[in-house]
Design a protein around this ligand. Structure first.
Ligand SMILES: NC(=O)c1ccc[n+]([C@@H]2O[C@H](COP(=O)([O-])OP(=O)(O)OC[C@H]3O[C@@H](n4cnc5c(N)ncnc54)[C@H](OP(=O)(O)O)[C@@H]3O)[C@@H](O)[C@H]2O)c1
Length: 285
């Protein structure tokens, strides 16, 4: 198992994903996913105050399984101040200390960064180890390099939203000591969808996804395996979030995380370029 995997948990609190027909993951399924994750070395979780009951589901699991010490990343609520948001999340997570808290968007960071000095004096190292920002665009990435108070940056990164488009901006942040976490490895599940089911507004992605599938066929690879290893094998990425709806998907993803893919396959994938970047940004779908 790659020790870079981070289990995303929006699926525990909301019906999430472009290819999701089953709705929100039940509490029982969420507990089974957490159990399997921890027992198989996936000990980091990504959640947020705005992911419905996700923090509560994790907190209930931790309460019933006191030995399971997950590293937890959560995100500030945009409705209350940073300190109150952390305290509320800690209560819901039944934890005294978590590994990281992120601003849920660059805008939220920009509007609230004046609170950070006070927040750090009061909570850093006591209740939270690191502070970060979740972003979407390269322009946002570029602006975070200057702020030494920001330790972690989370961004979308996948076979289409790729090395050619993102690596320069990410390497710049790495050179400034930031930890890099990525999400959207499967573009919310879009890479697993049959072409005819892809929503009309995303239809320009059908051809590039088809090209990726051709490469997979030629190299006898599953697209999920390719998509996951594409991100895991980037040395400048420290953590890779994956969302799952079931233990079966988690088991599959852990298996894929154990088998690397030759770089020459990725070089072919890197020739597929998407011009309209909004297509790769689920927040605009
Ligand atoms: N701004 C932010 O901070 C932000 C935004 C979005 C998400 N996140 C975080 O990122 C996490 C992951 O979300 P994401 O958007 O990046 O999702 P993702 O990992 O790109 O895709 C997850 C979806 O892919 C499908 N899937 C996963 N493994 C599979 C397998 N082995 N076989 C078939 N289908 C599989 C499942 O969807 P179906 O089965 O439904 O198709 C699953 O829900 C979230 O849980 C959340 O913690 C953060």
């Amino acid at each position: 198992m790659s020790n870079k995997l981070i289990l995303g948990t929006v699926q525990f609190g909301l019906a999430y994903g472009v290819n999701n027909s089953a709705g929100q993951v039940t509490t029982e399924q969420s507990s089974a996913i957490l159990e399997h994750a921890y027992n198989n070395g996936v000990t980091s979780l990504d959640t947020a105050s705005s992911y419905g009951d996700s923090e509560l589901v994790i907190g209930n699991y931790i309460d019933k399984n006191p030995g399971k010490n997950f590293n937890i990343i959560t995100k500030f609520s945009n409705r209350i101040d940073c300190g109150l948001s952390l305290e509320t999340s800690l209560q819901r997570l039944r934890s005294h200390k978590i590994s990281s808290i992120l601003f849920h968007s660059f805008l939220h960071y920009a509007e609230n960064k004046h609170e950070l000095d006070y927040f750090i004096r009061k909570y850093k190292d006591v209740n939270v180890e690191t502070i970060g920002v979740s972003v979407y665009t390269n322009e946002e990435l570029a602006q975070l390099g200057q702020d030494d108070r920001i330790n972690v940056v989370q961004l979308p990164f996948n076979i289409l939203d790729n090395h050619a488009l993102r690596s320069e901006a990410v390497l710049e942040l790495k050179s400034r000591g930031k930890t890099i976490h990525t999400r959207s490895a499967f573009l919310q599940g879009l890479f697993f969808m049959d072409a005819e089911k892809i929503p009309e507004k995303l239809s320009p992605l059908k051809e590039p996804i088809n090209l990726v599938k051709q490469v997979c066929n030629e190299h006898r690879l599953n697209i999920g395996h390719l998509a996951l290893q594409y991100v895991l094998q980037k040395s400048y990425i420290d953590g890779v979030l994956i969302g799952v709806d079931s233990v079966t998907q988690l088991k599959q993803n852990i298996e894929w995380s154990e088998v690397t893919i030759p770089q020459e396959v990725f070089r072919i994938i890197d020739t597929i370029l998407i011009e309209d970047l909004n297509l790769l940004n689920p927040s605009t779908w």
